[in-house]
Design a protein around this ligand. Sequence first.
Ligand code: ZN
Ligand code: ZN
Length: 131
Amino acid sequence: MTVLSRALVPLVRQKRIAVAAGCRCELCGAEILAADLEVHTFGEGDRVKTLPPADLEREILVLCPRCHQDVHEDCVGEPEQRALLAFRRPEVTEEIRKILATRQKPYVPPEVDLEETFSSATRLDTHYRGM
Ligand SMILES: [Zn+2]
Ligand SMILES: [Zn+2]
């Protein structure tokens, strides 16, 4: 499984990205609810999937549903989509990169070094027996 398997940008993260972008469509500039904004990725291809998560920031746009639909109906070509990135403010860029780079960690049990636990128990045992 790749880091961004299934959806390239999971839904929970899409909302945070929309908030980071100021709840504004990056194409038409409409301000709408973060929950209604959509994150568009330029390419759904393998190249995008292999990028480090933070670099995905250069591959996405926050769009209102209407603009998103337009983009997919090819009224907006990829060069024009990419040109929109130039208007993204640096602080927004940074925030989005941060959100993308934060991996949801799988549950990891607290670290217990079994070998160490075992050997210290054994040491203790030896110690007692030595007395
Ligand atoms: Zn729009
Ligand atoms: Zn899209």
